[in-house]
Design a protein around this ligand. Structure first.
Ligand code: HEC
Length: 267
């Protein structure tokens, strides 16, 4: 039933997109997205992620139900809006995606290489960890962003993220701040959020993981960051690198108190 919906929705997009391109108005796109989100394709990936979470698999034939996302083993509700955070067992700050991969390795006995061989969704499929992250994110729907800054390593991560955000380099001498450091910037028809203030910074979290209509793929925050390093003409960071965790920490802390609406739809 869901699969049929995706097909129908994709056909709808194919028809709707040229119209949007003609008007060129982001307000129109927002309206379109509001309608789409009433029956959100991300839910399909949430359901798959939940099934994976609860089903024993891997060499250790274990489910992820004992995974500690920061609130204790097995507690999923509210965990997503409180990551990245410090995890004592690894003595480092991890974002949701790093933590899910960590649990698949430690609990299920999979190798890190096997889990991360395909980091992002592509035409050949959606990796299991992406489904799981989408499930975890869905369990924080309508909760306020509350990424902790208690541990010194959490505060350090924020500071590093802030420096990366403002660091200018590359062939165009761009920083993230060049495109996302002030209000009212646009590229083509896309509004560029000001990620230094709460109302803008929430855009770095809101709707991610997101079902991207361009390409019809379920994509995570890690993917979004990679793609923006590319926009910046920087080398792509290694998957789940501390660099990306730092920048995710910076953005999520800036979004403190804003309400997360769950996995969404992106253009
Ligand atoms: C050359 C300009 C440019 C630079 C530099 C850039 N971005 Fe972006 N960013 C974009 C564009 C364009 C989008 C897509 C907006 C859309 O699709 O609505 C985007 C989207 C985003 C989003 C998603 C916003 C949303 O509404 O979902 C985030 C978060 C983000 N960028 C963060 C960053 C970070 C962090 C950096 C530095 C590593 C960075 N960007 C560097 C242009 C840039």
């Amino acid at each position: 039933m869901r699969a049929r919906f995706i097909l129908a929705a994709t056909a709808g997009i194919a028809l709707a997109m040229p119209v949007l391109a003609q008007t060129g108005a982001s307000a129109d796109f927002q309206k379109f997205r509001d309608v789409m989100e009433e029956d959100n394709p991300a839910e399909l990936f949430e359901a798959r992620g939940e099934a994976y979470w609860k089903t024993p698999s891997g060499p250790k034939h274990a489910s992820l139900e004992q995974c500690d996302l920061g609130l204790g083993p097995g507690v999923v509700a509210g965990a997503y809006v409180q990551m990245p955070r410090y995890f004592a067992d690894v003595d480092k700050v991890m974002d949701a995606e790093s933590r899910v991969v960590h649990c698949m390795v430690t609990l299920q006995g999979l190798t890190y290489e096997a889990v991360t061989r395909q980091p992002f969704s592509n035409q050949s499929g959606t990796p299991a960890h992406v489904n799981v992250v989408t499930y975890v994110a869905g369990q924080s729907r309508n909760m306020p962003i509350a990424v902790p800054q208690r541990h010194p390593k959490e505060r350090e991560m924020y500071q590093i993220g802030k420096e990366i955000f403002n660091f200018r380099a590359g062939p165009y001498d761009f920083a993230c701040a060049t495109c996302h450091g002030t209000d009212g910037k646009r590229i083509r028809m896309q509004d560029l959020p000001n990620l230094t203030r709460p109302e803008g910074a929430i855009k770095a979290v809101q709707g991610w993981p997101g079902y991207r209509m361009t390409g019809g793929l379920m994509l995570t925050s890690q993917w979004r960051m990679n793609d923006c390093f590319r926009q910046q003409r920087f080398p792509e960071p290694k998957y789940l690198s501390d660099t990306v965790t730092a920048i995710l920490t910076y953005q999520a802390v800036n979004a403190k108190g804003q309400i997360y609406r769950g996995p969404g739809i992106k253009r």
